[in-house]
Design a binder for this molecule. Structure first.
Ligand code: NDP
Length: 316
């Protein structure tokens, strides 16, 4: 049997780095893995995208690369997030078609679901209403991946699907104070609060609720999706509904991981974003009933330990 050549776009990001670790541990004999960063190809450029496909001739693709950011980046750059992500996704999926890739798994996000919805959110609701205004550019660009997957499957017989992760966290995240996601932003803030002996200030009221998935769990589940998930319809990759926590609980877990004893303050003048986005992992559980996720407490401790050991050589 010939070796599969699996190319991962966004291989240098939060999820990509964890996937590198998972694959290194597995060391699969019948698969060659290539992890790309923007230095290998600028996926905003169609020629650069074609060239990297020509170079590695992938038989399978995991498409992680995206312009990603937290609430405050989205609020400021909605149009830009739509245009750039649409362009990257179009270049990658079309190159997969041209190169007759056997399977393509692309990454979406739970923050692209309709704003007004019933809970828990499930895969079939993806297109059933407009997304939250705060990130509509990114959301519509990501939803188009699902539209494209179905059209590539219908018109070209391509086996392509999408994964929909909840908030991801772990080592190698973007810990910028200005445009990161909530968890890495708080990991950085608490580090500084402890170092400078100042209060740990949380943007917003602390009441919104979120599900978080550790990047290594997500990496394992995406690899499983590539190898074994048979559908074109996307699959939510998430911890269960009862593992959703408030931002306040999250801040307290981060403070505990640092052994931070100072004051925790909530700045209610800052935007909270969507109150909750509870998703069900019923579909995932129908395929993998026994998969065991890392607990949020252990995952945060690992992330904080990594951040402390790596600072200031982290993405800021
Ligand atoms: P990161 O921001 O950590 O990494 C982004 C990756 O995309 C990097 O490898 C980056 O390369 C690459 N990239 C960005 N622009 C280009 C470009 N023009 N050409 C080539 N490569 C490019 O992202 P994550 O690992 O956090 O996210 C992975 C996927 O998961 C994304 O599709 C994202 O939308 C999705 N997602 C993320 C969530 C989260 O909480 N982080 C939540 C839900 C979904 P380089 O390192 O060279 O810049």
């Amino acid at each position: 049997m010939s070796k599969k050549v699996i190319m991962v776009t966004g291989g240098s990001g939060l999820v990509g780095k964890s996937m590198q670790k998972v694959i290194k541990e597995e060391n699969p004999a019948d698969e060659e893995w290539i992890f790309l960063s923007s230095k290998d190809a600028d996926l905003l450029d169609s020629q650069s995208t074609s060239a990297v496909f020509e170079k590695y001739k992938p038989t399978h693709v995991i498409h992680l690369a995206a312009l990603v950011g937290g609430l405050y980046r989205h609020l400021g750059q909605n149009l830009e997030m739509m245009r750039l992500n649409l362009r990257i996704n179009d270049h990658v999926l079309e190159a997969c078609r041209e190169h007759k890739c056997q399977k393509v798994v692309s990454c979406m996000s739970t923050c692209i679901f309709p704003d007004e919805t019933t809970y828990p959110i499930e895969e079939s609701m993806l297109h059933s209403g407009p997304p939250h205004n705060s990130n509509c550019g990114y959301a519509y660009a990501k939803r188009m991946i699902d539209v494209a997957n179905h059209l590539y499957a219908r018109d070209h017989g391509m086996q392509c699907t999408g994964v929909i992760p909840t908030n991801i966290y772990g080592p190698f995240d973007n810990f910028s104070l200005a445009d990161s996601h909530v968890l890495p932003g708080l990991v950085h803030k608490c580090y500084l609060a402890q170092k400078e002996n100042k209060p740990f200030v949380i943007s917003g009221t602390g009441t919104p609720r979120r599900q978080f998935i550790f990047s290594e769990d997500l990496a394992r589940l995406i690899v499983w999706t590539l190898r074994d998930y048979p559908e074109i319809d996307p699959i939510l990759l998430s911890v269960s509904e009862d593992e959703e926590i408030s931002i306040k609980e999250l801040a307290e877990l981060i403070a505990e991981a640092y052994d931070f004893k100072g004051e925790i303050i909530y700045d209610a003048s800052k935007s909270d974003g969507q109150f909750k986005k509870t998703t069900t992992n019923k579909k995932l559980r129908s395929y993998l009933p026994d998969y065991k996720f890392k607990s949020i407490k252990d995952g945060i401790q690992e992330t904080v330990d990594w951040f402390k050991a790596s600072y200031p050589n982290v993405r800021l």
